[in-house]
Design a protein around this ligand. Structure first.
Ligand SMILES: Cc1ncc(COP(=O)(O)O)c(C=O)c1O
Length: 392
């Protein structure tokens, strides 16, 4: 039987790898799970009554691109948050951003770039679907270090003109998973200028945009507007998973240039699953309400303060600027995760599982990723045990 080769070099996904590492060892205490980025703050109050009010609409096929009401709510939020003025033809709703980030390569990556195999740039470490997306269209994923040396963001401007001329798409994640770094206005403006010069599209994954420490992170749409970039230069991805504590709703969107969004819509009209109508109604409410987002952000900000206190004396500790992950330096992430599990029952992810080896070096190897999603007391207990075990 012939199967495709294109995914044969993909490592197993991070979570099955973690199970292989830990699950044949007994936990050293009551397990505290700090691995997955699944928000555990309350589901907003409007979800149940809205689903109930629209339950009969499960009996209908939903519109592919989003209901007019949902597209208008998203446009309203983009205006409020970024001052961006986008018509409905520049927005496409998604079943969460993961599938949109994956579909982006299928919808937007050309077969050849300047006569050669196209390149898709991504930070390293990175959100893992980016690389599978590049491979799915026969593009070459190029992993660009996003380490302490580069401010935990990829320095795309340092790449060779040869790579940049082959670049069709570049992923950026801000606030970054796993590093917690946030791209500045100046950083995004430079990437947009590079995109213009070398003719590629910036895919800006902003699903953690509403979880921040001191001030709201700037978004790529906003910067594109400010510098007068071609609207086709950037596509941004936003989700209700983190903003509204609704990872199980599966609801997000992509916004970008009219041509890019038309291509997304066409692809999804053939192969995508539109969001059920009751889910679209809930999503409309969620994009129209900031109170639940502010309440959740306040809880995360408390968690940042707890983490800062717990790790105050730890050399190399840097709390996140945004998002809800700690990216903690250790000698070796796998050894640390295993030891922590066996001695305390705290479960974290080795950083190497979120990065690729380049020239024999894995930039995530000396880190663990810790998700601050559990209720505050449980999280504080987990962090304190972690500190005493790994840094004591
Ligand atoms: C960086 C990043 N992008 C995108 C996603 C996808 O989220 P969703 O598909 O729930 O919108 C995640 C989820 O963990 C993420 O961490």
């Amino acid at each position: 039987m012939a199967f495709p080769e294109r995914f044969s070099n993909l490592p197993d996904y991070a979570f099955p790898r973690l199970r292989t590492l830990l699950d044949h060892h007994e936990p050293g205490g009551e397990p505290i799970v700090m691995t997955i980025g699944e928000p555990r703050h309350a589901v907003p109050d409007f979800v149940a009554p809205t689903l109930q009010a629209h339950v009969a609409e499960f009996g209908k096929y939903p519109p592919n691109e989003g209901t007019p009401g949902l597209l208008a709510a998203i446009a309203g939020w983009l205006r409020l948050r970024y001052g961006a003025d986008l018509g409905p033809d520049r927005i496409m709703v998604l079943n969460g951003t993961r599938e949109g980030l994956f579909d982006a390569c299928m919808a937007l990556c050309p077969e050849v770039k300047n006569g050669r195999q196209p390149v898709v740039l991504m930070p390293n470490p990175f959100y893992q679907p980016y690389s599978a997306a590049a491979l799915s269209v026969g593009a070459e994923p190029v992993y660009v270090p996003a380490t302490a040396a580069t401010g935990f963001l990829p320095d795309y401007t340092a790449l060779s003109p040869d790579i940049l001329d082959r670049t069709a798409l570049a992923y950026l994640c801000s606030p970054a998973n796993p590093q917690g770094s946030v791209a500045s206005r100046d950083y995004i403006a430079k990437v947009l200028a590079l995109a213009e010069k070398h003719d590629f599209i910036l895919l800006s994954d902003e699903c953690y945009s509403e979880i921040w420490r001191d001030h709201p992170p700037v978004g790529a749409l906003q910067v594109a507007d400010e510098v007068g970039a071609d609207p086709e230069r950037v596509a941004v991805f936003h989700s209700l998973s983190k903003r509204s504590n609704l990872p199980g709703l599966r609801s997000g969107f992509v916004a970008g240039g009219p041509e890019a969004i038309a291509r997304f819509r066409q692809l999804r009209s053939y192969g995508g699953a539109p969001l059920p109508l009751p889910v679209q109604h809930v999503s409309e409410k969620a994009w129209s309400d900031e109170a639940h987002v502010e309440a959740s952000r306040a809880l995360y900000q408390e968690k940042f303060r707890v983490a800062d206190k717990v790790f105050a004396r730890i050399h190399g500790y840097q709390g996140p600027e945004g998002g809800f992950f700690l990216w903690l330096p250790v000698d070796d992430g796998e050894t640390a995760a295993l030891r922590l599990w066996r001695e305390t029952g705290v479960r974290v992810l080795p950083g190497a599982y979120l990065a690729r080896d380049v020239a024999g070096h894995n930039p995530g190897k000396g880190y663990i990723r810790v998700a601050m999603v559990a209720p505050k007391e449980e999280m504080q207990r987990g962090l304190t045990q972690l500190r005493d075990c790994l840094y004591g």
